[in-house]
Write a protein that binds this ligand. Sequence first.
Ligand code: RUB
Length: 317
Amino acid sequence: MLVTDTAEKIKTMEIRGAGRIARAAVAALGAHSAAFPSRDIAEYRKEMSRVAALLIATRPTAVSLPNAVHLVMRSLSTELLSVASAQEIFSRACQSFISASEHAVHRIGEVGARHIRDGDVVLTHCNSEAALECLLQAHRNGVSFSVFATEVRPGNQGLLTIRVLNDAGIPTSYIVDSAVRYFMKEVDRVIVGADAVSVNGAVVNKIGTSQIALAANEARTRFLVAAETYKFAPRTILGEFIEIEEREGSEVLPESIAKTLPFITVRNPVFDVTPPEYVDLIVTEEGAIPPQMAYIIIRDYLGWEIGDFHGQAGKIP
Ligand code: RUB
């Protein structure tokens, strides 16, 4: 798929979810590199940096996107003699990112499943591959549990989630977002995904996640986050904030109605931040960690040096 098509699909959310966005961007970069027509290495580098920046600019919150782009672009930072050798190295980097990302989801499922026990009631929010894999793996392990899945206004990603759970035969109650606190006393644990995890262990995920965490905290319900290591945000070490995407109001209120209400402004932030105090465990492919260990993941597993990302978001070598 062309880079511009992929960028458009990420913007319009036809491709969505932090892991899928990262893999789609890397696949598009790989295809763009392979199809590069000229033999001029300087031109090749310039063009790859241009399209990498274009992909990074599509959605601001999911740190998986700049991290994935950076991880593969890093393969071009050494001296490269020809476009052909650059293309080969880059193609290998892209394939290795995509398979590592898929493997990470699988591994998170294995680790996360151990936190689900017979008779549990688990609540999930939005549509997270990583969180769902924990549920699917527990089900494959023969654990008998049920799920509450939220609707997820305004994007209705909950519909994707209940389809997966239904296909697996996992009994699920589908609820509106505002019913979470009402049902929390029946819930044993919450499992959600993440778009980003900052150095202090704060978790950025679909809007409403932090309210769910508050309700879980109040009810003393355990709150688990399933997140691949490449969703941890190295730039937060330097004090940078993770930008919260705010989308068009028309996703919440149709324009036909909005135009009859001239004094009304619709606000549509699509992610929020859950402070680390409300997170019991972050399940990564390297194991389950308390949020306070986020720094270790960034330093030891993500392998980014401060110099790697000094400067503006998504710096490309
Ligand atoms: C998706 C969302 C998901 C995370 C994690 O938001 O918040 O919980 O991206 O998903 P949107 P995954 O629908 O706006 O992209 O585990 O699949 O990476």
